[in-house]
Design a protein around this ligand. Structure first.
Ligand code: SF4
Length: 351
């Protein structure tokens, strides 16, 4: 199958409009043509500099524009980063992503960042960084230090973008992606859904990603994690099926990219995650923390993989007892959500 970079809005809309089962079936069929359907790539993400970010991304706990009660941290010591990378490798991660809440890295920070890349790479891990906007020279320096991937998300459609971020433009983002690509780095770029955007904006986001000169190697699809204190702290929930549709359409438009379940996985039950894998997601972030928001515990992820027969070589060490505990926990979760649904229903009736 040839990769296309000329997707029209109408074509993408037609995919979103398919009956759910048809869409997921098509996405799974394409997925199987390009990937092992039972393999999921695992990355771990560490915040190497937390909070006080000058950007005003309206969803973000780390923006200095909002009071979210987040503890700020300076750039982590290199030794601390290496310890975390060793820990991630022992837990099964193949890629270690390091994120800093910066508009862009300052020149005086670059030597530290480059040294982190060299030392993490020497552990035998793939390396990824997300540091904000990059100049062409910074992208080349990171590549020369051994960086494999650079993450820079487009977040949403160009049309919705101004409602979410005002301190840097969509073109700034596209320029950074161009610098990253020109330096020979692999690109990790995706977006966030559930920002209060319309389906047309999800279409617009995927159209931008799919029509880049080369598809990003990794496409993270994030579900908004609502953070109290941010302007999007109480935005309406997105229908989970719409999230799965977004994953499926991303798979169809970018058949050779890894589509990653990223932020928001904690709010998804095991069944929803399984449907996302069915729809073509084949990468996750793994570990207790995803930058500053919590993520399903690594042990639970391993158990879920074992129950689904995913990455069976790496998950053979999960004992029967812990697998049974995971199933019991999942059933308890279901009972709790049924109880809370009942409570909501009776509250709505009373009111
Ligand atoms: S998303 Fe990134 S750039 Fe935006 S406020 Fe948060 S840390 Fe800063």
């Amino acid at each position: 199958m040839t990769l296309r970079h000329d997707w029209s809005r109408n074509e993408i809309r037609a995919l979103f409009d398919l009956p759910f089962m048809d869409l997921v079936f098509r996405a799974q069929t394409v997925h199987r043509q390009h990937f092992d359907p039972n393999a999921v790539q695992v990355s771990t993400l560490l915040s190497i500099k937390t909070g006080a970010c000058p950007e005003d991304c309206k969803y973000c706990s780390q923006s200095g524009h909002y009071d979210t009660g987040l503890d700020k941290e300076k750039l982590l010591a290199i030794q601390k980063v290496i310890e975390e990378a060793i820990n991630a490798k022992e837990k099964g991660a193949s890629r270690f992503c390091m994120g800093a809440a910066w508009r862009s890295p300052r020149e005086k920070d670059m030597p530290y960042v480059l040294e982190m890349v060299k030392q993490v790479k020497a552990l035998g891990l793939e390396t990824c960084m997300t540091l904000g906007m990059l100049s062409a020279e910074q992208a080349v320096a990171l590549k020369e230090a051994g960086l494999d991937y650079y993450n820079h998300n487009l977040d949403t459609s160009p049309e919705h973008y101004g409602k979410i971020i005002t301190t840097r433009s969509y073109d700034d983002r596209l320029n950074t992606l161009a610098h990253v690509r020109e330096a020979g780095l692999k690109v990790c770029a995706g977006g966030i859904v559930g920002l209060g955007e319309a389906r047309e904006d999800r279409i617009g986001l995927l159209m931008q990603l799919a029509n880049l000169p080369a598809h990003p190697e990794s496409v993270p699809i994030n579900m908004l994690v609502k953070i109290a204190g941010t302007p999007l702290g109480d935005v309406d929930d997105l229908d989970p099926f719409e999230f799965i549709r977004t994953v499926a359409v991303a798979r169809l438009l970018m058949p050779e990219s890894h589509v990653r379940l990223s932020a928001g996985r904690e709010t998804m039950n095991d069944q929803m995650q399984a449907l996302c894998f069915m729809a073509g997601a084949n990468s996750i972030f793994y570990g207790e923390k995803l930058l500053t928001t919590s993520n399903p515990e690594a042990a639970h992820d391993r158990q879920l993989f074992q129950r689904l027969g995913i990455n069976s070589k790496q998950t053979q060490d999960v004992s029967d007892a812990s697998r049974e505990e995971a199933i019991a926990q999942s059933l308890r979760q279901q009972q709790l959500s049924a109880l809370s649904r009942d409570a909501m229903a009776s509250r709505d009736t009373v009111n």
